[in-house]
Ligand binder design. Structure first.
Ligand SMILES: C[S@@+](CC[C@H](N)C(=O)[O-])C[C@H]1O[C@@H](n2cnc3c(N)ncnc32)[C@H](O)[C@@H]1O
Length: 258
């Protein structure tokens, strides 16, 4: 798959493709990353890409014309490579919050053109005419869409076959359908005792079924505590076993006073 990123700060993507496990996705060509700077498509000596907002107010707005020329250059280059028209994704606080299900869809797709906003945002006429969807990283405001683009590409790259050291490890990650959409359990490593605290005995038992049950119960307890919405969904989708339900009932029982 191929991601073409439109950004005024391509340098922010510098070492990204060469760090950690996801470099395999780029080295193998499973994920291709191309960077495009709208400034290269702006006119005049100053190659201006932004201007003051109509109606006044603080900040600047990214102009439509350099973005359109940049988009046309990308589409011309992708035409032979990708065939079908790639979607144009704008990162924005007003977009749909990014979730695992969408990441999994992107991971199985052909890629996209990703537009990183800056300043107060982008001339709405360009957004209305060319943007096919908007994605948010959450209910907070970043200085630009680059971190959101990096987040999406990273999440997609780690789902590519052969990228993680242990092929099935992403299936045990939070939100994964293989984990019934629950949160991941806590993890521990050596030493067995650290700062006076022992690793939970179940993990040292060597008993596979007992370890699996402990992990499942930890996931259930964490999800019930932190993300009851995810637990309700797993229940509604019929993903909880009788043993899961029994454990959750046990969790809800009031503790008897001493
Ligand atoms: C300073 S922000 C603009 C915020 C905009 N005026 C607003 O209040 O919604 C500049 C750019 O950062 C990106 N951005 C900011 N917050 C984001 C978020 N939560 N998710 C995705 N992109 C975000 C967008 O591309 C946005 O155009």
């Amino acid at each position: 798959m191929r991601f073409d990123v439109i950004t005024l700060f391509p340098e922010l993507f510098g070492s990204f493709t060469q760090a950690g496990v996801i470099r395999r996705a780029f080295d193998s060509g499973q994920v291709e990353l191309r960077l495009w700077n709208p400034r290269d498509y702006a006119e005049g000596n100053y190659r201006r890409v932004d201007d003051r907002p109509f109606g006044g107010g603080p900040g600047m707005v990214m102009m439509a014309e350099p973005l359109l020329r940049c988009l046309e250059a990308i589409r011309a280059e992708r035409a032979d490579a990708a065939g079908a028209e790639a979607p144009l994704v704008l990162f924005s606080p007003i977009g749909t919050p990014l979730r695992h299900t969408a990441v999994a869809d992107w991971a199985a797709g052909q890629g996209a053109i990703l537009l990183c906003g800056r300043y107060e945002g982008i001339d709405q006429r360009f957004v209305d005419r060319y943007v096919t969807q908007q994605i948010s990283l959450g209910d907070f405001v970043l200085s630009g869409g680059e971190i959101a683009a990096l987040a999406l590409i990273d999440a997609v790259a780690r789902l590519q076959p052969g990228v993680l050291n242990d092929e099935g490890s992403h299936q045990a990650d939070s939100f994964n359908p293989a984990l019934d959409g629950l949160l991941d359990c806590p993890h521990y490593t050596r030493p067995e005792v650290w700062a006076g605290e022992r690793v939970p005995a179940e993990l040292l038992s060597g008993h596979h079924a007992q370890i699996e049950r402990w992990r499942r119960e930890q996931s259930l307890a964490l999800t019930a505590q932190r993300r009851p919405d995810l637990l309700a969904k797993a229940r509604a989708d019929g993903r909880l076993s009788r043993a899961d339900e029994a454990y959750l009932r046990h969790l809800e029982r009031p503790v008897a006073p001493d």
